[in-house]
Structure formats: C-alpha cells, structure tokens
Design a protein around this ligand. Structure first.
Ligand SMILES: NC(=O)c1ccc[n+]([C@@H]2O[C@H](COP(=O)([O-])OP(=O)(O)OC[C@H]3O[C@@H](n4cnc5c(N)ncnc54)[C@H](OP(=O)(O)O)[C@@H]3O)[C@@H](O)[C@H]2O)c1
Length: 393
C-alpha cells in the first residue's frame, strides 16, 4: 500500500490524481490533502478518502470545513503556508505536488527534505529553484517523478538509457488556441479565447501560459533541471494533435518518443505507480483513425515568451525565478481583465531585461535567493503593469 499526500487536491491535476487513486484502493491510501478555497469540494474528498491531515487557505475555510464535516470523523485541519507544509510532510511515501505557482516551492522542498518521493506537476517549483531542488533530491536520495506530460514522456523514453547518451530533448507543444491567429488578432484576444485550449482541460494559469507559449518556456527550464541538459540541448516543436508527448534524440541519431491520447491521468498514473504500470481502462490510441501527425516550428515572433525562457536559462540561476514571478503577476492581471494579452509577454520581457541589466545573473545558493528574486520581480512586474493597465479591449 503506497501512502500518498496531495497538494492542490481541488485543482485539475489534484482531482485527476484522486480519480486514479480511487480506482486502486488496494494500492493507494491518501493520507494528506491540501486545497485553497474550494472547501466544499475538499469536504467531499475528505469524506471519500479519509485523510489524516488536511489544509485550507485560511481560518475561515477551516471553520467551514469543520462545519461541513460535522458528524464525520474529522482529520487534523491546518491552514495557510504552514498547513501546506504539514500536508507535504505528513505520513506518506509519495507527495503529489500539484499546487500552481511559487506557493508550492516551500512545501515541496520540505517534503524532499523529509525524505518523501515527489511526483511533480507544479513546474514552477523547478523553474524557481531547480538547482536547490536537485541538490536536495540528491542529498536525500528521493525520487523526483515528472507529471507534466512532456517530461513524463521523456522520463519514459529514458528508461534504461544513460543521460550521457542524450543529444537532444525535443518538447512538443500544441501551439495553444492562437497557433493559427495573426499577431493583430492575438492582440485583441479576450480572456475566454485564451482559456479555450484545443486539446487539454487544465487550470486557468497553465491554460493562459499555453496560449502565450510561456508554458513551453517553463517546461524548457523544467527539462534542463530534470534531465541535466544544457539549454542548447532542448528543442521545441509544435505538434497540434498532442499525441506525441515528447521525444529524446540519442548520440547515435535514434529518437524515442512516447505517444498517447491527451489525458493527464496517464502521466499521473505513471508517476504514482513507478516502476510498475496501472491497468487503466481509458480510450486507446487508434493511429489509422488519426491518419496523420503534424509538426512545425514555433513562431517565436508571435509568441516571444518562449525565447524569454531560453534567455532566462542562460542568464544565471536566479533569472528563471524572476521570469516565473513576472509571469504569475502578468497572467493574474490578464485574467483580472487589467491588461491585454500581448502585455503578458511585454511585462515578462521588461522584468527579465531589468533583472539581467541589474546583476547579469547570479547563482542560487539558498532558498532565500529564490525568494528574493521572486519578491523583487513581483514588485518590478507591478510597476511594468502600470504601463499596460486599462488598455484591455
Ligand atoms: N492541469 C493540467 O493538465 C496540467 C498539466 C501539466 C502540468 N500542470 C501543472 O500542475 C500544476 C497545477 O495545475 P492545475 O491545472 O491543476 O491548476 P488548478 O486547477 O488551478 O489547481 C490549483 C490547485 O492549487 C490550489 N492552490 C492554489 N493556490 C493555493 C494557495 N495559495 N494555497 C493553497 N492551495 C492553493 C488550488 O486550490 P483551490 O482551487 O481550492 O483554491 C487548486 O487545488 C501547475 O503548476 C501546472 O502548470 C497542470
């Protein structure tokens, strides 16, 4: 029986993780659940999975949860950042880290330091502090299992291979909802347009990141740390059908890919069951019915966020944390209707350039370096937003 704790249980990845765990009650026992504000959904999950420890965003949420669970055996209820860490370090073999954004960094690191294996969906953790996370993973000898479908595909393609034989990692990108839109049309994109992903049903932040291609940029950074490759060894190719989830090219020219229908429950199951596989009764890939797979170069002019990620990777260990924080601020402003879609890339670019001009890129030696880069970038992004605020169509 594998004991599993889950951060972000009410989100898209969180619910799909519980879907898998719930299908195999003889294999998985859910011991901890952390959510933010969706208390009603969390209460249902608590009734179904009976975790020992749970966490919500604040005291009001904790009160509501207690009321909703009245009459049921109540778990330990924690709140806020300390609550996330309590769940991350509760009695478990594996933490599924599926919060969104920088808030996931501290609890995920705490779990690693407490010796838990981690299934990582919350890519911002590696983007912010890849060097620190990898150091902690090595020091504690825990497994870091990628849930992101692209990295999970690479993880599968690398099974039994030596990292030193890898020449190139090729991340596939759907291209998002604006792949075929002109720059002029993208400039007028509405919030609901950006939230219409062609292939995946995901939380709002990653869906907007997919529309700007910032998501692929964050994944480039994530791949650099997970697979210990240089930025020059990571390529991106647009593949609108999202069937080939990513590829690895080896020094002899062989290319291994992982394919499947776009369903996040597959990579989640791979991470939950590693090194075994779970029998999942999901729809199967029918190549003849599909008939064709298309690939094209990403358009770096219409989607400048992709190159910002490469720039950040080459700009010192703290530059990705700066880019990540700027992006969290600009995406939140876009989703609040405060800035037009192209201002996301403009704000991200402004903040990254001023960071690189300021210090030329520094090493990340401790968590405070990541926190400082993050905090500086949020202030600077707030200033950059002022230039664009109110121009939303
Ligand atoms: N969704 C996908 O298919 C997918 C695919 C690949 C990678 N990822 C990555 O996986 C991560 C999660 O994505 P998602 O799409 O599942 O996001 P989501 O649907 O927005 O869910 C986010 C989860 O985090 C919780 N949360 C957010 N801020 C919190 C805070 N301050 N305190 C406590 N809980 C908080 C939310 O709680 P409440 O809702 O209760 O407030 C929710 O449970 C992201 O890093 C994303 O890039 C997602």
């Amino acid at each position: 029986m594998k004991r599993v704790a889950l951060l972000g249980s009410t989100g898209s990845i969180g619910e799909q993780t519980l879907d898998i765990a719930g299908r195999f009650p003889d294999r998985y026992r859910v011991t901890g659940l952390a959510a933010g504000r969706q208390v009603e959904k969390l209460a249902e999950q608590v009734r179904r999975f009976r975790p020992e420890v749970v966490s919500v965003a604040d005291d009001e949420g904790a009160r509501e949860l207690r009321q909703r669970l009245a009459g049921d055996p109540a778990p330990e209820i924690h709140v806020g950042d300390a609550g996330l860490t309590a769940v991350a370090t509760c009695d478990a073999d594996l933490l599924v880290s599926a919060l969104v954004g920088a808030v996931g960094l501290d609890p995920t690191l705490a779990a690693i330091e407490a010796g838990r294996d981690v299934a990582l969906a919350n890519k911002e953790v590696l983007v912010m502090a890849g060097a620190l996370v990898l150091r902690a993973v090595r020091a504690r000898g825990v497994a870091l299992l990628p849930v992101d479908s692209e990295h999970n595909a690479i993880f599968q393609a690398l099974a039994g291979q030596r990292l030193e034989d890898v020449e190139r990692i090729i991340l596939t990108a759907s291209g998002g909802p604006f792949r075929t839109w002109s720059a002029e049309r993208i400039a007028r994109a509405r919030i609901e347009d950006a939230l219409k992903h062609p292939n995946w049903d995901m939380g709002p932040k990653i869906t907007v990141d997919s529309a700007t291609l910032m998501n692929k940029g964050l994944e480039v950074i994530e791949a650099r740390w997970l697979f210990e490759v240089s930025p020059d060894q990571v390529d991106v190719v647009v593949h609108p059908q999202s069937i080939v989830h990513s590829l690895v090219e080896f020094v002899d020219g062989s290319v291994l890919a992982q394919l499947g229908l776009p369903d996040m429950r597959v990579p989640i199951a791979v991470a939950l069951a590693h090194p075994e596989r779970l029998p999942l009764p999901l729809e199967r890939l029918d190549l003849a019915a599909l008939a064709r797979l298309d690939f094209e170069e990403p358009d770096r002019a219409r989607f400048p966020c992709l190159d910002l990620a490469f720039e950040a990777l080459r700009g010192g260990e703290d530059a990705p944390a700066v880019l990540n924080a700027a992006n969290e601020v600009s995406v939140a402003a876009f989703l609040a209707g405060e800035i037009p879609f192209p201002a996301i890339a403009a704000v991200n670019g402004d903040v990254l350039s001023s960071h690189l001009a300021r210090n030329g890129g520094s090493a990340m030696n401790e968590l405070d370096d990541a926190r400082a880069a993050d905090a500086w970038a949020r202030v600077r992004a707030g200033e950059a937003l002022e230039k664009h605020r109110g121009r939303h169509a």
